[in-house]
Design a protein around this ligand. Structure first.
Ligand code: PRP
Ligand code: URA
Length: 213
């Protein structure tokens, strides 16, 4: 975390650096791109959930009884921002298979870069849940900020954002709009270009994931 961006945690691990570099590569095809997003999401989930509460219980080993721990994760809820956030769902759920999943559909308008919402469906009792919002790209921050605002309007009190590549502009917008929301990324890139794409970035994550280039 830098002092300028106190909301940001950069998860820096050799495996993530390796996989994010492959993801950036223009010659990486759709199948491998999807697999990489999935693997990166799984690796990141380990860190993003590092402060999860556990509760004690008694475990019987083949030799004796001992203290065991289980994650109090029943109310953990994953929220992919459609479409590209979908690519991160399975990776996270491999570690946390009982998570509920809600969906928020947002499409960034090409001219204005403003997010337009088209879908919202989350599990009930938002105020009791811990939300992890996934989207591979945090560019202007418009989509993530809007998604988080929708969750808060539904009563959400605990939200964290998990992206793969973030631009400083987007992290700053989230700090301004939602200072209570921690942001986790595998890479903090340099800047946005005039079309709102992250540099060096990896291009359009949704198009590369779903082959709609
Ligand atoms: C991309 C990306 C984010 C958003 C980031 O989605 O997956 O949701 O742009 O940009 P922002 O931070 O400036 O809002 P897009 O709107 O292209 O939709 P898609 O996932 O359906 O491709
Ligand atoms: N959305 C993407 O998919 N890529 C970017 O670089 C910016 C927004």
């Amino acid at each position: 975390m830098s002092s300028e961006l106190p909301n940001l945690t950069i998860i820096d691990h050799p495996l993530l650096r390796h996989k994010v570099s492959l993801l950036r590569d223009v010659s990486t095809e759709k199948k491998e791109f999807m697999e990489l997003v999935d693997e990166i999401a799984m690796l990141m989930a380990y860190e993003v959930t590092a402060d999860l509460e556990t509760e004690e219980y008694e475990v019987e080993t083949p030799l004796e009884y001992t203290r065991g721990y289980r994650v109090r994760g029943r109310k953990l809820t994953l929220i992919p921002i459609l479409r590209a956030g979908l690519g991160m769902v399975e990776g996270v759920m491999r570690l946390l298979p009982t998570m509920r999943v809600g969906h928020i559909g947002l499409q960034r308008e090409h001219e204005t870069l403003q997010p337009v919402d088209y879908y919202f469906k989350i599990p009930p009792h938002a105020q009791e849940r811990q939300f992890i919002v996934t989207d591979p790209m945090l560019a202007t921050g418009g989509s993530a900020s809007a998604a988080i605002a929708f969750l808060k309007n539904s009563g959400a009190l605990s939200i964290r954002l998990m992206c793969i590549v973030a631009a400083p502009e987007g992290v700053r917008k989230l700090l301004h709009d939602h200072p209570d929301v921690p942001v986790f990324t595998a890479s903090l890139d340099r800047e946005l270009n005039e079309h709102g794409y992250i540099l060096p970035g990896l291009g359009d994550a949704g198009d590369r994931l779903f082959g709609t280039l």
